[in-house]
Design a protein around this ligand. Structure first.
Ligand SMILES: NC(=O)c1ccc[n+]([C@@H]2O[C@H](COP(=O)([O-])OP(=O)(O)OC[C@H]3O[C@@H](n4cnc5c(N)ncnc54)[C@H](O)[C@@H]3O)[C@@H](O)[C@H]2O)c1
Length: 395
């Protein structure tokens, strides 16, 4: 189905010199402690490194729902101080500052002023999706490390802009897909990568929401600002599929629409869709995602089952069902909140000049899969990764 040239260009997207490190980490069997020792060092300029024993000073842009949660996680990390907070909403900035009052952060309304404020080593970007690419590029250009919320960007061109800025910076960039840092996702990915179910063939997955997105936050309902639910939300699952299969899809097809969710007024995002991703070599993902359910329906929420030649892995419940043998749990480490673990990992990488597990390549690959799916849904036809990369696409 794919010629050699297609396969080569797709593979360079997967690897990019970096994704290989992440895949190798997961496949290495070194267990959860490997999270603290990612495979690849970053050649940071010596003069810019945080000296051992010094606090890491960080800034945060956007302290809404997610930013506040991430701020609390930052506040739990020893040896880290929050020296700057930015939000266009002053009430939010003040509420966030109160949570880290001991650090006496400087408060900003304009993110560019925060980026040029000097006592900062690392910056968290926690703003709405349409602002991620622009802000992350500014942060990387300023020579700071960056933890950037998912999705990395809302267009192929912006994904590439971020990748180039990160690569040129020689600083740490971690994308905010936190699930693979914690049990059960870490152990489930590791089990599949190590062959616990032989060759994976089919992933059956969904995310069915019984409630709705927060109606008081307009950007969630504007496709241009959120990237539709596929970029805003499903990118978590796409990162997991890519990690499970250690690859990215060759092509995608699917259908979806906006059938019943029209409030708040002006809402222009899909409320349901179903996609099939073809990863080549007899590997497929069937994924559905919707906001049309009702609360408390059994099996709703997020679900990923991996069916392979040697059995089945239920990712969300962390169970292996071998074709021959008794069901067993996947490795149950690392325990704890996935956001806290991801934030801890980011600071470990900053201190030790290491590439994070969810590095720029994983961020890029997750966003590209979402853009591939989005284009397939928009056009109603099969779209190849080769076409996406050569023609570009934007939410
Ligand atoms: N990783 C996860 O599990 C997870 C969970 C929820 C949300 N998110 C992501 O986090 C991001 C924020 O989502 P949220 O739910 O916190 O939304 P939110 O609307 O609650 O917060 C966004 C904040 O950014 C501020 N903001 C907007 N424009 C700004 C600007 N130009 N400069 C500075 N601040 C600005 C807003 O005032 C708001 O306080 C989104 O990208 C979302 O997809 C990730």
């Amino acid at each position: 189905m794919t010629n050699h040239q297609d396969d080569h260009s797709r593979r360079s997207v997967i690897a990019g010199g970096l994704g290989v490190a992440s895949a190798a980490l997961l496949a290495s069997g070194r267990g959860p402690s490997a999270l603290a020792r990612p495979a690849e060092p970053i050649a940071q300029p010596e003069a810019l490194k945080v000296a051992p024993g010094d606090d890491i000073r960080c800034g945060i842009i956007g302290v809404g729902g997610r930013g506040t949660g991430v701020l609390e996680a930052i506040n739990h990390v020893p040896g880290v101080r929050v020296t700057a907070i930015c939000d266009i909403d002053e009430a939010k900035t003040k509420a966030a500052a109160a949570k880290v009052a001991a650090d006496q952060p400087r408060l900003f309304k304009d993110y560019k002023e925060l980026v040029s404020f000097s006592p900062i080593d690392a910056i968290f970007v926690e703003t709405p999706c349409y602002l991620h690419a622009e802000m992350v590029v500014e942060v990387m250009k300023s020579g700071r490390h960056c933890y950037g919320e998912k999705p990395m960007a809302l267009s192929v061109a912006d994904v590439e802009r971020v990748v180039q800025a990160v690569e040129a910076s020689r600083r740490v960039y971690q994308v905010g897909t936190q699930l693979p840092y914690a049990a059960p996702w870490f152990g489930a990915i590791k089990a599949v990568n190590e062959g616990a179910i032989g060759k994976p063939i089919l992933i059956r997955a969904h995310r069915m929401n019984g409630g709705d997105l927060p109606h008081h936050i307009p950007w969630f309902f504007d496709r241009k600002q959120c990237g539709d639910i596929i970029l805003e939300q499903a990118v978590h699952e796409f990162d997991i599929f890519n990690a499970l299969l250690q690859d990215i899809p060759e092509q995608a097809c699917g259908f979806g629409g906006q059938a019943m969710m029209f409030k708040p007024a002006g809402r222009n995002i899909r409320d349901h869709y179903a996609l099939v991703f073809d990863y080549g070599k007899d590997r497929k993902v069937a994924y559905s995602h919707a906001y049309i359910s009702v609360p408390n329906v059994p099996c709703d929420g997020r679900s990923e089952f991996v069916y392979g030649t040697g059995g089945v892995v239920d990712v969300e419940y962390g169970m292996i069902y071998p074709r021959d043998g008794k069901p067993r749990k996947v490795e149950e480490e690392p325990k704890g909140d996935s956001t806290q673990l991801a934030v801890n990992h980011f600071f470990e990488c900053v201190r030790n000049s290491r590439r994070p597990l969810t590095d720029v390549t994983r961020g890029r690959n997750g966003a590209l899969v979402a853009l591939l799916g989005l284009k397939a849904l928009d056009t109603g036809r099969t779209v190849t990764m080769k076409e996406l990369l050569s023609q570009g696409y934007s939410a």
